[in-house]
Design a protein around this ligand. Sequence first.
Ligand code: TRP
Length: 453
Amino acid sequence: MKNGRANFGTKLGIILASAGSAVGLGNIWRFPYETGNYGGAAFIFIYLGCVLLLGLPIMIAEFVIGRKSRANTAGAYQILAPGTHWRWVGRMGVLAGFLILSFYSVVAGWTLEYVIEALGNGFAGKTPADYVQSFQTFSSNPWKPIIWLVLFLLGTHFIIVRGVEKGIEKSSKVMMPMLFVLIIVLVICSVSLPGASKGIEFLLKPDFSKVNGDVFLGAMGQAFFSLSLGMGCLCTYASYFSKDVNLTRTAFSVGIIDTFIAILAGFIIFPAAFSVGIQPDAGPSLIFITLPNVFQQAFSGAPWLAYIFSVLFYLLLALAALTSTISMHEVVTAYLHEEFKLSRRKAAWMVTSGCIILGVLCSLSLGVGKHITLFGLGLFDLLDFFTAKILLPLGGMLISVFVGWYLDKQIVWNQITNKGTLKVHTYKIIIFILKFIAPIAIGLVFLNELKLF
Ligand code: TRP
């Protein structure tokens, strides 16, 4: 408990907590719907490239900043680069965290509604069209989604107030492996539905002729979103890491777990969607209208299995979302607590109430407030776009420049190799990517979107 800050207890706990932050609605809800939007396999290939080339090195860079400074993300820059403008990178991250948490909690709230629906056996005996209808009725209802959103944020709040180690670590240890097993079962069910092969083709046969700049921006944004990168989330977690953690290996483990789950989610959603005739580009509703079909159709001979699996799945999805909302909440709370000397409790309340207000507006923007738009997008979509496709990649670019160019080489070396005690074969590649590849690649994608060439 150096300088009064908490630490993670065990190495497994560290990987699980970081993976718990990374694995969430980003993998199971956002990845399939973006894959559907951008046409399938080609998007996935580009996404994998982004994870490998940008995601992993930038994750290591965040780990370096966090563990070296042992502070919240804005404080980290003040410690490592006192009196410079770098602290704005941290502040931008805090803002991104707050904004993402607000719209993310809306979807997290939906998962709770679906838990209750599953518990009441509400999916039984319905047709695919019924699922579409009931999702639309629910999500545009002014009250129900808001109540779930508030409950979800309050749940996050109480875990945050109980402290880092007890709350985050314990919950991650049990839930992650369970979710993984259930996902595998569901993949098997989904690919054996009649007509599923079209969905598999959609996932594996790339059509590069449809790839344009937007696809690159979408894939890059999704990589940052899914890996929890670009806003100092894993940097804040790394500030709780102990000295002997192997940063490179931890980043690889988290990256592999996260990517694996996203791809598997694709193999649940698309075979099922094609099997029952739901369009892959249905948007944010995609998993909520396809999954009930998987449960009902794959287990039509054993309704009790359909019941158990649907309850378990939505429950675990809600819990996966919870380990992610905790990590975003922690970034903003740690910032207010350490930078403004507020008590943790007070800081946490400010974050929770702010997110409730913004979250409610996001939720309404999908129903009664549908007609209120800016740049053609409602508040929910606007926040999603602004954070995932602008703030996070921009944050990632600045983080890679910070570690690649600004930070003292000795510091970076000491952090990545634990003062020379670890042999990190990829060291030179990591530094090269942080210095050149990542900033240039992200810059090019941005410039291309601005239609500058
Ligand atoms: N990565 C999480 C998911 O896939 C969401 C998340 C948690 C996140 N912390 C973040 C996204 C920080 C961006 C930045 O569901």
